[in-house]
Write a protein that binds this ligand. Structure first.
Ligand SMILES: *Cc1c(COP(=O)(O)O)cnc(C)c1O
Length: 386
């Protein structure tokens, strides 16, 4: 029986690098509420990511929930149906109405050309997602927001470390949020952050994530408890020492897939533009309508070999029961998103995915495409597995 290959596997540094931090926590008996490791991780991450201010959170969903509160967003928010459900759920939790816009077929991100027609007097913000870590068309989105007086909050859960023209993509819009969930490029088991442009906004967000406490006896806002604890923050500090190596491994795996898939007609890959330093957070492939088998049959064929790909993002958020009554969620309103959701498949990618395991994935794809491995020129010319 072949061992399981999952779509992702968490980045875990050697345990012995983490133990001294735990000993320190036991020694200090300081477990949460903005301890030393929390402060250290905030500055280390701000420096690593190239952003001015960053607020740590216990997870990405609470970061997004709080970002919407911090900017006092109300009414309707234009967003993408092609994302993880948390993107829209945080709107409902804030009593806001999601308005779904179709996506761009090249980036899978919200299509700026579809935004303006959805603006109403109730619209106050745009909530785009840098899907798979590939940047949105941030310039077009910002010019629409400026013209109509809207805020922009980026769900950048996939975009850790992504840069465009040498600058962090996380500096775009009014606020951006990150997720440090176990499945993400950089993890703190669970965790997240809001990236914000100035110290005043950081202070407001820091109140909001700690019940609204400004000091021992003053509560300035109806805040929530969304603080990152010291164990999570310490783990983040250890993890940060390994992130560059992990990103390089992801890039190498991405390239090996691209080389292998070049010889498989009907499976197209995604790439970031040349001015983008991408993080290769996912490896999505689009199954062409004339590929010998359907996306779901390919998913099943992989599963039969204990390879667990994921259909990110299917079903569309707009099709779930709490959204499908919305006018913007009606089938046919988002033809591009509907088409891509039906044909997308994310293949396993994580830093320590071995060549052998990657070859197992590619072998299933080749078989589905009716290409025999023996006739694969890539295998013979390079002498190794892909
Ligand atoms: C992972 C993810 C989230 C949620 O982050 P958590 O840290 O799991 O709460 C939000 N949006 C997107 C696009 C995600 O992929």
């Amino acid at each position: 029986m072949n061992k399981n290959i999952f779509v992702t596997s968490p980045l875990l540094p050697p345990l012995e690098e983490f133990t001294p931090y735990l000993e320190k926590i036991w020694e200090n008996r300081y477990l949460t509420n903005g301890g030393t490791f929390h402060q250290q991780l905030e500055s280390a991450l701000a420096e690593y990511l190239g952003v001015s201010h960053l607020c740590l959170f216990s997870n990405g969903t609470l970061a997004l929930l709080t970002a919407l509160q911090a900017l006092r967003i109300s009414g309707e928010v234009i967003t993408t149906p092609y994302s993880f459900v948390a993107t829209s759920h945080t709107l409902l939790w804030n009593g806001l109405t999601p308005v779904f816009a179709d996506i761009d077929p090249i980036t899978c991100n919200i299509d700026p050309a579809k935004i303006e027609a959805l603006i109403t007097p109730q619209t106050t913000a745009i909530l785009p997602v840098h899907c798979y870590g590939i940047p949105c068309n941030v310039d077009k989105i910002q010019s629409i927001a400026d013209a109509w007086g809207l805020k922009v909050i980026y769900d950048a859960a996939h975009a850790f470390g992504v840069k465009k023209d040498g600058e962090s993509i996380l500096r775009c819009g009014d606020l951006s949020i990150l997720s440090f969930h176990a499945t993400k490029v950089f993890n703190t088991f669970e965790g997240g952050a809001i990236i914000c442009p100035d110290a005043r906004m950081k202070a407001r967000i820091d109140y909001l994530k700690n019940f609204g406490f400004a000091d021992e006896t003053t509560v300035v806002a109806p805040g929530i408890n969304a603080k990152m604890n010291e164990v999570q923050a310490a783990f983040g500090l250890v993890q940060l020492n390994h992130i560059d190596a992990a990103l390089a491994q992801r890039a190498a795996i991405h390239q090996r897939y691209c080389d292998a898939l070049e010889t498989i007609p009907g499976l197209s890959v995604f790439n970031a533009p040349a001015n983008v330093e991408w993080n290769h957070a996912y490896f999505p492939v689009l199954v062409a309508p004339d590929f010998p088998v359907s996306r779901d049959a390919l998913y099943d064929a992989l599963k039969a070999e204990n390879i667990y790909s994921r259909r990110y993002f299917y079903p569309l958020i707009s099709s779930f029961s709490m959204y499908r009554h919305l006018p913007s969620a009606q089938p046919g309103r988002m033809p591009v998103a509907e088409d891509i959701a039906a044909r997308i498949l994310c293949l396993p990618i994580y830093p320590d995915l071995t060549h052998e395991d990657q070859y197992r994935v590619v072998a299933v794809l080749r078989q589905a495409a009716h290409i025999s491995c023996a006739s694969d020129p890539a295998v013979h010319s390079t002498g190794h597995t892909l």
